[in-house]
Ligand binder design. Structure first.
Ligand SMILES: CCCCCC/C=C/CC(=O)SCCNC(=O)CCNC(=O)[C@H](O)C(C)(C)COP(=O)(O)OP(=O)(O)OC[C@H]1O[C@@H](n2cnc3c(N)ncnc32)[C@H](O)[C@@H]1OP(=O)(O)O
Length: 719
């Protein structure tokens, strides 16, 4: 709803009231329509200010209303009537003005923003476009190139940038509503002819066609099959080439296609999933609302390899004091230099001052004596980590939380080596840790809820989607990835090439196919893990037994490639060839093709034709099947947790909503049928056997994702 008061005698003040972000729900829209009418018809009122309750202007349309029958006055005529008003209307922007919120402000005649406010048209991130006139007004106000940038990326701008771009008229450090009221008094009675953005001609750059062609090409490339960014470009083009009313028609037409699309549903699902994972729950019943995090102002990072450096930088950027420890002098100096330039580059890109002063460097673990929390980031070796934890236990003040950055080692085992296992949690960061926005917080049976709450809050503070997961080999992300990688190798044995597999996955929307991705991360990493697990065996054994380990089908192809010293980009050779070690452009490698032919010949395998559909079904459905097992085991609390992990950490295309949401879109019965089919064709691959939770869901009529938890609960109660 909206509240109306008269202030300073002649200013009508309309306050949007819909906590927490004043989203434009039906009642809020009705409130605005009514209160604007009241203000305009009150002869005492000379000008109007629109603001939001609790220091937040407006977070846009109410996303919860999408996909339901819409009631209440529509946004477009509501904004038009504000713009057409014969009294000046000033938007007082505090907190955020996003999506429909900014569109509402663009319908006002003036905009005053607080210096800490954020503005943007993020509809593209929800699979939509700014369809309440935003795609038509913004280019008229700030020009086509700047509007294209904001609308196609959905990025939020600061008040300072908004002022520079011309989106707002004034920025204040003081009370924004007071400033807006003062401003409204100063413009009362002035002509509004030059203040209605919809009447502005759209500035047309001379090379309009070339500009749109270039932007469209760029957008198509980065959108990877997402339709909203393309529609955003088309809508801005309409603003630049058509009169306003026709542009609005085009905006409406484009929005109609997006609004009901599966992509919009997927992206809106991820929006809410990202927030839902913050409401974590452990199998013990402990949860986010009953567990209070501890304050953390000072943290230590032990080990300054690639991961440790990224973690320390991310902590400093979040405003924490960081003690960075590396025992080797040479490595410490190198790390210091690298971390300083990471901070400087980041500050240059984002604006602001690099947080160099927040990090102190030391060769001694003693420096961690007074910190609130330690993140150990030494080499992935259990014995080494146990030793470091022993030292930390001796050095740190009582109650210090001990976190291990590991991508798969047993957090419980490590915890059991310390006198206070309740203080131990895993923090699985993704490389590069100062860039990637995902964190798996791994709890063991003895981790205290407070330790989990603290790690989750710290992750959030670092700007990462943080997901609490149980302890098991590979946790959630890597446990599922293992099956995806395994199927990709089997496909090579059966006749595919790395190029074919990668093309299918990239057309699906992954930024990189599995083989290009493996080349980037380094093939030796997985090889080391397989050797440690007793899977990788040296040599070129042939015959069926050479492809069986522990009774199941195993593909040694990756091990053989590593035996050739081909570790991916860093050695200039992997599944592809590169111009030189460290180069990034993957080129098809004839060596690999003849290696695969020889391999198949040696093992008596006959290559067959494999299409994209099979690649997707085998790689993705096996990964999804493991996702169901993870749910069944209670390692992830719900499908949203898995989907957030995959979208934020593994490049799963956001417009497909994450693997579990994707499975529901494909149809659980279809996923089950295809898994059964592939399991029959490959009985030596037990992982293809459909998981019982999937069967149970199909038997329950394939309920939507948000109801899966109920089915799982019933399944558990019957066990
Ligand atoms: C066919 C024609 C139809 C025309 C339809 C017109 C379309 C208009 C386009 C739009 O306006 S689409 C919406 C655009 N707005 C956004 O994308 C903003 C989304 N929100 C955010 O980015 C953030 O929430 C925030 C505003 C920056 C605040 O961030 P903060 O970290 O402070 O809080 P959160 O935890 O994110 O959110 C708190 C709480 O509020 C819920 N919420 C936020 N925004 C909306 C919204 N626009 N609609 C409904 N609910 C919203 C959020 O889900 C959280 O609640 P929860 O219960 O914890 O999930």
């Amino acid at each position: 709803m909206a509240q109306y008061t008269r202030v300073s005698g002649v200013v009508g003040l309309i306050t949007l009231q819909n906590p927490p972000v004043n989203a434009l729900s039906a009642v809020v829209r009705q409130g605005i329509v009514d209160k604007v009418e009241t203000a305009l018809s009150d002869p005492k009122v000379k000008s109007v200010v629109i603001c939001g309750q609790n220091g937040n202007f407006c977070g846009g349309a109410d996303i919860k209303e999408f996909g339901t029958k819409m009631f209440g006055p529509p946004l477009i005529p509501m904004i038009h009537s504000i713009e057409a008003a014969n009294k000046p209307v000033v938007a007082a922007i505090e907190g955020s003005a996003l999506g429909g919120g900014l569109e509402l402000a663009l319908g006002c005649h003036y905009r005053i923003a607080h210096s800490k406010a954020r503005l943007g048209l993020p509809e593209v991130t929800l699979g939509l476009l700014p369809a309440a006139g935003g795609s038509q007004r913004l280019p008229r106000l700030i020009g086509v190139p700047a509007a294209l940038n904001l609308i196609t990326t959905g990025r939020h701008v600061t008040a300072a940038e908004a002022l520079q771009l011309g989106i707002v008229d004034q920025v204040t450090d003081h009370n924004t509503v007071d400033a807006a009221v003062k401003f409204a008094l100063s413009v009362a009675g002035r002509s509004l002819d030059a203040r209605r953005i919809s009447t502005y001609p759209c500035p047309r750059p001379s090379d309009l066609d070339a500009l749109f062609e270039e932007v469209m090409q760029k957008v198509r490339q980065s959108a990877r099959g997402a339709i909203a960014p393309v529609a955003c470009v088309q809508a801005v083009r309409a603003a630049a080439t058509l009169p306003y009313t026709q542009g609005m028609e085009r905006e409406k037409e484009l929005m109609a296609t997006l609004f009901t699309s599966g992509q919009a549903r997927a992206m809106q699902y991820i929006f809410f999933a990202q927030r839902a994972v913050g409401r974590w729950r452990m199998p013990s019943g402990a949860s986010w609302d009953t567990s209070k995090p501890r304050p953390v102002t000072k943290a230590a990072v032990i080990g300054l390899g690639t991961m440790g450096r990224g973690i320390a930088v991310a902590l400093a950027r979040a405003g924490l004091s960081v003690v960075a420890v590396e025992t080797q002098e040479k490595q410490l100096l190198e790390a210091k230099q690298a971390m300083s330039s990471m901070l400087e580059r980041g500050a240059k890109r984002r604006g602001g001052v690099p947080a160099l002063g927040l990090i102190s460097y030391s060769q001694s673990i003693q420096a961690a004596a007074d910190v609130d929390l330690v993140i150990e980031a030494v080499f992935e070796d259990m014995a080494l980590k146990i030793e470091v934890f022993k030292q930390l236990t001796a050095v740190c003040k009582p109650g210090t939380l001990l976190c291990t950055n590991t991508s798969g080692l047993d957090v419980d085992q490590l915890a059991s080596e310390t006198p206070n296992p309740e203080l131990v949690v895993g923090m699985h960061f993704f490389a590069p840790a100062h860039v990637m926005n995902l964190l798996e917080v791994v709890y063991g049976p003895r981790s205290s809820p407070q330790a989990v709450a603290t790690a989750m809050q710290l992750g959030k503070k670092m700007g990462k989607a943080s997901v609490a997961v149980g302890n098991c080999s590979g946790f959630v992300g890597n446990r599922m990835l293992k099956l995806y990688l395994e199927q990709a190798s089997f496909l090579l044995e059966e006749g595919a090439t790395p190029e074919l597999v990668d093309r299918a996955l990239e057309e699906f929307g992954f930024p990189m196919g599995v083989f290009r991705m493996s080349d980037l991360s380094g093939l030796d990493v997985g090889w080391r893990v397989r050797k440690a697990a007793g899977l990788a065996e040296p040599g070129e054994a042939s015959g069926p037994s050479a492809r069986i380990r522990k009774g199941y089908r195993y593909s040694p192809i990756g091990d053989l490639v590593c035996e050739q010293g081909r570790f991916g980009q860093k050695t200039g050779r992997g599944w592809y060839q590169y111009e030189k070690p460290g180069s990034r452009v993957a080129r098809s490698d004839p060596w690999m093709h003849s290696f695969l032919e020889q391999y198949r010949a040696r093992h008596g395998l006959v290559a067959r034709s494999i299409d994209h559909q099979e690649v997707l079904e085998r790689c993705l459905y096996s990964l999804i099947n493991e996702g169901f097992r993870i749910l069944e085991d209670g390692i992830a609390a719900g499908p949203e947790d898995i989907d957030v992990i995959y979208v934020f950490g593994y490049g799963w295309p956001r417009h497909r909503g994450g693997p579990m949401f994707y499975a529901s879109m494909v149809g659980l019965a279809k996923v089950l049928e295809r898994l059964e089919h592939y399991h029959q064709a490959h009985p030596d691959v037990p992982n293809l056997q459909p998981c019982s939770l999937l069967r149970r869901l199909v038997a329950s009529g394939s309920p939507p994702v948000h109801m899966w938890r109920e089915v799982r609960k019933k399944l558990h109660s019957q066990l």
